[in-house]
Write a protein that binds this ligand. Structure first.
Ligand SMILES: Cc1cn([C@H]2C[C@H](O)[C@@H](COP(=O)(O)OP(=O)(O)OP(=O)(O)O)O2)c(=O)[nH]c1=O
Length: 200
């Protein structure tokens, strides 16, 4: 499907990203990036998330063969200027969920596509509105374990969807991989068609 590049490498441990990339192409391998995910306090949230996606793509690309195409992403939640990554534990998840209750925040997912001689990185920003959480809801949801590996301590695609009264932007960007944006980036880097036309 992207004939001039082989292999296509998804630089991610995220099962959501794997599932979503399969909608664009069935033909990729997974090689998670091991990078320092510390944020830079002098950069904006958008710059931070872009830099993290670039760092992941570059780390995997440096180990890959020259014909490879690497795709990496990073997702953060931004609430009133505060960046929320993945919660450290259940109590941290409760703290984040209480912060999001009854207001609108932004989910930023950066995607970086890298080959031996080209690199592009874009950021998808989606507004997500939480209804006000009822007493005990944040604690019960945190105890379910679902929030622990997710930025902002919720999964729109899971039970976390019950808290969301509205979104403006790309649902798949919130889930971790904005497939519309990514397919356009691949079209730019590779040229030609980029849609998985296989059935099923
Ligand atoms: C907000 C939100 C985030 N998430 C997930 C997507 C990402 O997997 C995770 C954010 O953490 P990331 O650090 O972006 O990604 P990751 O550590 O899971 O995987 P990798 O760095 O190897 O690519 O939060 C959801 O699944 N649903 C949601 O609604």
């Amino acid at each position: 499907m992207i004939p001039q590049y082989h292999p296509i490498i998804l630089a991610s441990q995220s099962p959501r990203r794997r599932e979503l990339l399969a909608r664009i192409t069935p033909d990729f391998i997974v090689c998670p990036a091991d990078v320092d995910e510390r944020l830079s306090p002098d950069s904006t949230p958008e710059e931070n998330v872009r830099q993290l996606a670039q760092r992941k793509a570059r780390a995997v690309s440096a180990q890959a063969e020259s014909s490879a195409l690497v795709i990496a992403a990073d997702t953060i939640v931004v609430c009133d200027g505060t960046i929320l990554g993945k919660p450290q534990d259940e109590a941290d998840a409760v703290r984040m969920l209480r912060m999001l209750s009854g207001r609108t925040h932004q989910v930023m997912t950066a995607v970086c596509v890298k080959t031996a001689d080209a690199e592009c990185a874009e950021v998808s920003v989606t507004d997500v509105t939480f209804r006000t959480l009822h007493d005990g809801e944040a604690e019960a949801y945190a105890a379910s374990g679902e929030p622990l590996d997710k930025a902002g301590a919720y999964g729109i695609q899971g039970a976390g969807g019950l808290f969301i009264s509205g979104i403006r932007g790309d649902y798949y960007g919130v889930m971790g991989l904005p497939i519309c944006l990514l397919s356009e980036m691949l079209r730019q880097v590779c040229g030609g068609t980029n849609v998985n036309t296989q059935k099923g």
